[in-house]
Unconditional design. Structure first.
Lengths: 331, 243
């Protein structure tokens, strides 16, 4: 009986329920909840895209923010300067990030381990320097304020959604875009292509000698990860009503890396848990003390010691203790 | 089938492999023996593309494969196992051979199908033939050493090679594991008509299975021929067999 309930628990489409719960926030939550929800959704996408490199392929990138930033700038510039429709700007952001990831990745995958990581960081700092200095296009150190919201008037015709504010509507759009992106990444990780990536993570030398062109696959993973980071960046620019050089600066690479590790690199949903935890902790602690980075650091150290496999790793361990096999969704 | 023609490799002036020539006929089981540091593993790495020779050529079926990348050489029908066990430790046993099957069939670029359902039959058949059917869903890294070596053989076989290179296939095995591993190897080589080239320290193993033996010493091949002729060679006796 227990095990039947257990297996039912595992088989229920929990992520679909979570998706519906996220969608309902504008009706049941406050404006602040919607703000937090948007941030968590966007950071989740960014973190999962990084984990496609870290957890799935075994490539540690310290410069993932470059593609997030490029997505934000491409989308922001197209929507503000050229008045492009959101869907066009979003797709252009994804393609721009993919193109840059292809060019930078071509060089990065020629190196391994720490040298790979350093080169990704170097490229992201180059992108930052360009964004910071290229006044005519990116606004330089002033950034690109007043990126408009997408035109969501068509939603007015839909019952229940019609009365929502524009930021609530954008939140719904963001959650749907993030959910679709996560579904696609999940599918990619479960595909033969994803299996080749895990083989590379497990053993590069052996992977080459089952006939896998390791560099080509690493580059492909780099481009896929960059593409989704670009989508996250595009959403983030609109959410923040502007795009600034800070979005491409290296601390943001560190922040998303913390989300990934905190949540658990071995699990697909790990980075989502990490993103939610970090955003909520950040908000909570900031409201109590100005020394929040110190408190946050201490909490992170404790969490990482308590759950070496990340939050989701810890939960999966607990689930195994009570006899459930809930850890099937791997990165 | 496999032709190595005057291949040399030096590392910082140290000549690890010196003008080595070696021919293995189709379907033949050949062994390379020699003391530690004789250059056996380097020779293997030169054949499989992990190292690029300074000089000389490697041919398979008459096609020049010298200096190609390992994944290209693998695609041309050479499989190999490594001296240190070389599997995908955190994947299951089935996923290990499945990855190799998918790669061999060129399905790696498919990023939309669900991999779970692919290559089921072939993978299970392959695991059965190497005697790991019962462990299919175990995590590979938790297998016993002998079983991991078997799995490595399975991964190599998944690419359906014509030539199989095995670097010390029984290293670290107990006497009974060694016996089983060699029986398995011999059976699979016969069934598939494989050309087999392996290195080995255990002389009993070598003389029980090899049809041709090449003896390496300080980077050179000092004797090459049938087991009987190698056993009778006076220089081999002096430098290697110690008799």
């Amino acid at each position: 009986m227990m095990s039947r309930i257990g297996s039912l628990c595992v088989r229920l489409p929990w992520m679909f329920f979570a998706f519906l719960a996220m969608l309902s926030i504008p009706w049941f939550g406050s404006r602040y909840d919607v703000f937090l929800g948007t941030q968590i959704a966007i950071d989740s996408l960014f973190a999962v895209s990084l984990n496609l490199l870290v957890g799935t392929t075994g490539l540690v990138s310290f410069g993932h923010v470059a593609y997030f930033g490029i997505g934000a700038y491409v989308c922001g510039i197209l929507m503000k300067t050229y008045g492009a429709p959101f869907i066009v700007a979003l797709l252009a952001a994804a393609m721009g990030a993919a193109a840059c990831a292809a060019v930078f990745g071509y060089f990065c995958v020629r190196l391994t381990r720490i040298y790979f990581a350093m080169l990704t960081l170097a490229f992201s700092q180059i992108v930052w320097a360009i964004c910071f200095k290229w006044d005519d296009v990116t606004g330089g150190d002033q950034g690109l304020p007043d990126v408009p919201y997408p035109d969501l008037h068509w939603m007015s015709a839909i019952p229940a959604i019609g009365e929502l504010r524009i930021d609530d509507r954008f939140y719904l759009v963001a959650v749907v875009v993030v959910a679709l992106s996560l579904a696609v990444m999940r599918r990619i990780i479960g595909s033969p292509f994803g299996r080749m990536l895990t083989a590379i993570r497990e053993n590069r030398e052996r992977a080459a000698f089952i006939g896998v062109n390791v560099r080509a696959y690493e580059l492909a993973a780099f481009v896929v990860a960059g593409t989704f980071a670009g989508i996250a960046g595009a959403l983030f620019g609109i959410f923040n009503r502007g795009v600034f050089a800070d979005y491409v600066y290296w601390p943001k690479s560190a922040e998303v890396m913390i989300m990934v590790i905190l949540g658990g690199i071995q699990y697909f949903w790990g980075p989502v848990a990490g993103a939610a935890t970090l955003v909520l902790l950040n908000q909570e602690i900031t409201s109590y003390t100005e020394y929040w980075p110190l408190v946050l650091g201490v909490i992170l150290v404790v969490l990482l010691y308590a759950f070496p496999g990340g939050i989701v790793g810890g939960i999966a361990g607990l689930a195994r203790l009570v006899g459930l096999n809930g850890s099937r969704v791997r990165a | 089938m496999l032709e190595v023609h005057r291949v040399s490799k030096s590392f910082n002036g140290f000549l690890a492999v010196a003008e080595v020539s070696l021919t293995v006929a189709a379907g033949q089981i050949a062994a390379v023996i020699g003391p530690n540091g004789a250059g056996k593993s380097t020779l293997f790495n030169l054949i499989t593309g992990h190292l690029r020779p300074n000089d000389g050529r490697v041919l398979i079926d008459g096609r020049d494969i010298t200096g190609l990348a390992p994944h290209r050489i693998c695609a041309m029908g050479i499989g190999r196992s490594f001296q240190r066990t070389n599997i995908f430790p955190r994947l299951t046993v089935f996923e290990n051979v499945q990855a190799a099957l998918l790669a061999h069939q060129g399905r790696g670029p498919n990023f939309w199908s669900r991999s779970q359902a692919l290559c089921r039959g072939e993978g299970e058949e392959l695991l059965a033939s190497i005697g790991l059917a019962d462990q299919a869903h175990d995590v590979a890294g938790t297998l016993s050493y002998g079983n991991q070596k078997q799995l490595e053989l399975g991964i190599a076989l998944a690419s359906d090679p014509q030539v199989l290179l095995l670097d010390e296939p029984t290293a670290g095995m107990s006497a009974s594991e060694t016996h089983e591993a060699i029986a398995l190897l011999g059976r699979i080589a016969r069934e598939r008509g494989l050309t087999l080239l392996f290195t080995e320290h255990d002389m009993a193993v070598v003389f029980s299975i090899a049809e041709k033996i090449a003896v390496m010493h300080q980077g050179r091949i000092i004797a090459d021929g049938s087991p009987a002729s190698v056993r009778a060679d006076s220089e081999v006796r002096r430098v290697y067999l110690g008799r």
